[in-house]
Write a protein that binds this ligand. Structure first.
Ligand code: SIN
Ligand code: CO
Length: 374
């Protein structure tokens, strides 16, 4: 992607300008960001997906002003003729190639930040109420119209009488009605409320902003799993413990033991890098790959749309696993992570070991062989 070229998607800004001026800073409304865009699925396909165990979905309704939330799978929907409800599906890119292609337009943002593509269907007046997200989000209107009201609202209070996170004292500063093809970018922490004007569908391209504590917890548990077993299984010993008159006091020696265990895991060369890459590429709980394809050695390959692949200076990460890579293999694997494809010629340049790995990924359904185009 040419990150200097102005894009209609970003109201004529280049990705570079967009990231400097708006990303994490201020909203951007883009009229006709994606002219002619069609919803990646029909109303009935929507209902069918939401009824499946393999799909993360939820139904939200506000009939007679009473908010209700039904976690999926959603077997039965209110009538399409009834106003005031909405059905939401997370991770649509795992289920539909067209949804994965929509995400590809946003590859000027690091993949590590990408969470997923959510889609909502709503009847007239439907929505999830005024709320905050801890996400950067591109809200794309793909069918019908939705009225968005947004504001910064540092003094927001949350309602405690409803099963959703809804702001009690919402005070919007701006209001826009989005038509199909229009898009609104919101940084995290902007209060927003989108209400369907007639029947509509909206896609949300969401970018996760990890919380320090959550990330640290995940990384530390991965580091401990990775630990050298001989060391990790060492048991605390205190043969010199004296009789105590203060049994409530935590012994200093136990604190030193705990500190050493945590610090040693962090000191391990490249261990933190590995844990981070594995955490960032870990497939979500409902992701299944179609295993069993046979590897064709002389063909181009493409990353499966469900695969997450990233790299750092010393490793390649794919779907929660890490591999050391250097030299030409590293250059080629990085190209696969960045562009999601390797041409036949590039595959031919891989070392034998790297090609064996690729064959394994094809068998696992993480990567697919592809007859070269053009
Ligand atoms: C929706 O599509 O109804 C909700 C999207 C959001 O507010 O994050
Ligand atoms: Co939101």
């Amino acid at each position: 992607m040419n990150i200097q070229a102005p894009l209609p998607l970003l109201a004529g800004l280049s990705p570079t300008q967009f990231m400097r001026r708006h990303w994490q800073k201020k909203p951007l409304l883009v009229r006709q960001a994606l002219p002619g865009i069609k919803s990646p699925l029909s109303r009935s396909e929507f209902a069918r997906l939401a009824a499946s165990e393999d799909v993360e979905s939820r139904l939200v309704s506000a009939f007679e002003n009473r908010w209700a939330l039904y976690p999926g799978p959603v077997a039965k929907l209110p009538p399409f003729s009834k106003p005031g409800w909405t059905l939401l599906i997370q991770g649509l890119e795992q289920h539909l190639p067209a949804a994965a292609e929509l995400l590809d337009q946003f590859r000027f943002v690091p993949e590590a930040r990408l969470d997923d593509l959510m889609i909502s269907y709503a009847t007239d007046g439907g929505g999830v109420g005024p709320h905050f997200d801890s996400y950067d989000v591109f809200l794309i209107q793909v069918q019908g119209q939705r009225r968005w009201r947004i504001g910064r609202q540092p003094d927001a209070q949350m309602r405690d009488d409803v099963p959703l996170k809804i702001i009690k004292n919402f005070e919007p500063e701006q209001e826009f009605v989005l038509d199909a093809g229009d898009m609104l970018y919101l940084p995290p922490g902007w209060a927003h409320d989108g209400v369907a004007v007639g029947e509509c569908m909206t896609c949300s391209v969401g970018f996760r902003t990890p919380w320090r504590a959550e990330l640290a917890k995940d990384l530390l548990s991965r580091l401990m799993d990775d630990e050298d077993q001989a060391y990790a299984n060492r048991m605390y010993a205190d043969p010199k413990q004296e009789a105590t008159e203060t049994p409530g006091l935590v012994p200093d020696q136990l604190l030193a033991f705990a500190r050493d265990a945590a610090e040693r895991a962090l000191r391990e060369p490249r261990a933190l890098e590995r844990a981070l890459g594995e955490a960032l590429t870990e497939p979500k709980p409902r992701v299944w790959f179609e295993a069993g394809a046979e590897y064709q050695p002389d063909q181009a390959v493409r990353l499966d749309r469900r695969s997450r692949m990233m790299y750092d200076k010393a490793h390649v990460f794919i779907n929660g696993e890490s591999f050391r890579a250097g030299g030409r293999d590293a250059t080629l694997m990085r190209a696969l992570a960045d562009s999601k494809v390797l041409t036949r010629k590039q595959v031919g340049q891989l070392s034998e070991g790297a090609r064996e790995l690729l064959a394994q990924w094809v068998e696992d359904g993480w990567v697919q062989n592809e007859a070269e185009q053009g």
